[in-house]
Each structure stands twice: as C-alpha cells, then as structure tokens.
Design a protein around this ligand. Sequence first.
Ligand SMILES: [Zn+2]
Length: 315
Amino acid sequence: MPEGLILGMDVGGTNLRLGVFRGGDCVATLRVEAHLRERCLHAENSAAAESAILDILADAIVQTRQQHPEIQGVGIAFPGFIQGDGTLLQSPNLPGLHHLALGTALRERCGLPVLVENDANAAAFGEFVHERSRQPGLEHLLYVGLGTGVGGGLILHGQPWRGAHGAAMEVGHLIVVPGGRRCGCGNQGCLEQYASATGVKLSYTERTGHAPALPVVARLAREGNADAQAAFALAGNTLGQALAHLLKVLDVSVLRLGGGMSAAWDCFAPALQKRLEADLIPVLRGSVDLQRGNDDDQAGMRGAALLAAARQGGS
Ligand SMILES: [Zn+2]
C-alpha cells in the first residue's frame, strides 16, 4: 500500500502556500493570495477575524482535497504561539486572534486530522528530517529563519520545543543593541531590527537615504558598495552575538539558517562566523556545524507535513 498524501500549508500574512507531500517529496504546490493580515486588521472584532481565518484555511484544505482525494492529513505552519493540540494563543502578525482552537476547528470542518505548529518550529523540523537522513543519530537542531522578521525553532530529541507558552525560541527579540532601534514587541535593540531583511534595508537606508529592495542591497554589497557591506556586516555581527548566547545555553552542534534573507548568505556569513567564534566559550569554538538551510522555500510546509505524518504514524 503506497504511503498516503499529506497536505502541508505555510500561512503568511499575505499568501497561503500549500504543498502536497508523499513522505518528504512534494508532488504539487499551490499559492493562494489570501491577505490574512489585512482581513485581521479590518475585522470588526476578534470573532470576525477568527471566523475569516478559519474560513480561508478550511476552504484551501477542501479545495486542495478535491484535486487530491488521497490526502489523509494536514500539517499547518502558522505564525504564532501554539500550544497543546493546535491552539493558537496569539499571533504577532495576525492581530485579533486569541486562544483560537485552530486544530480542533479545522479537524471538525474538514474531517481530516490537522496538526498546527509554529512556523519556525515547522521549518526547523523540516531541516531536522533532512539532516537526520545524512546523520542518522541526530537528535537536536537549532534553526533560525531570517525573513521580514527573525524566528527560531529548536528540535530537541527529535521534537519541536514549544516552551510553556508556545513562545520558546523567540530569537528575533533577543536584545543585541541596548537602547537601539525600537521593535514591534515594545523593547529596543532586538535582533530582528538588525538581522532581518527589514533590518538590513533599514541599516542601508540610514546610511544612504535610499530604500531599495533586499536583493538590490545584496547586489551592491557584492559589487563592493561600502554602505551595503556595512549593513550586512551589522546583520552578521548581531546574529553572531545572539547565536553565541543561544549556543552557550543549549550546546546544540547543528545550526541551520533559512528564510528569504539566507539567499544573501555570502554577504553576512563572514561577519557572523567571526563574531560567533569570538563570543563562544573555548570548548565550543570550532565545534558548531553552521550552514545555510537545505530548502528555504518549502521548509515550513514540508516540516508541517512531516510532523503531521509522524503524528499519524505514531512516531
Ligand atoms: Zn523585539
């Protein structure tokens, strides 16, 4: 009997990305422009926001299942703090959603097992499964996603570590520049203000007054532009500082970086590696396997699908 299909879904503020997976192999992908953030911002109240989000997710599942009736389960990578059986406590990107029993509600509406996981944890699990295929004894992996913000996921003993409030590994809000740039979380000097795509663009704009897209800043850095190189160096330096703190706490030896900004890996990696090595304690120096992640584009939905499949398989 062939292995069943699992639908993996990556929920973003603008787009839903869907992938139909058999094991770790993606057999079909789909992108739905759903504008979830705007719908949350314009909803009359919390109940209206929750109902809009549930409708969109349930419709996407039902429609994909019509095209692929063999789908046996769903894994959702969701941007927010997730607890227990897929309850969303809160989402910084999708305001108005509080204590929403996403997993249960979608299971009831779609008649399929639904697993919901924090998006960075799901991506971490995707990277973990890939890495474990090369290192069979692997148990732990730390993942940091560099995109519009900075997220983190930790796999411990083969499972995502959520923490008491689903808020473990909020790496982007480690303070790296005391008194620095204001952050959406209410503090100042958080890592994501410097080491995200948004942060790098801001660093470049502060120096030049221009505000190009990140790939342009990356191209300028590669061409030798000193302002663009300084913006990426600041990202690498602050990231190295934060990762050294994390590794001193966790002593995890496999670290993967993903997200859209990892495409500019060559622009920030030298500063990152230099700062990381300098800040680590001697016993950890030279022992960290730090690399760009395997697949930034599908890591979230693949990881969610693999987690859902593992749940169904009882492992
Ligand atoms: Zn913050």
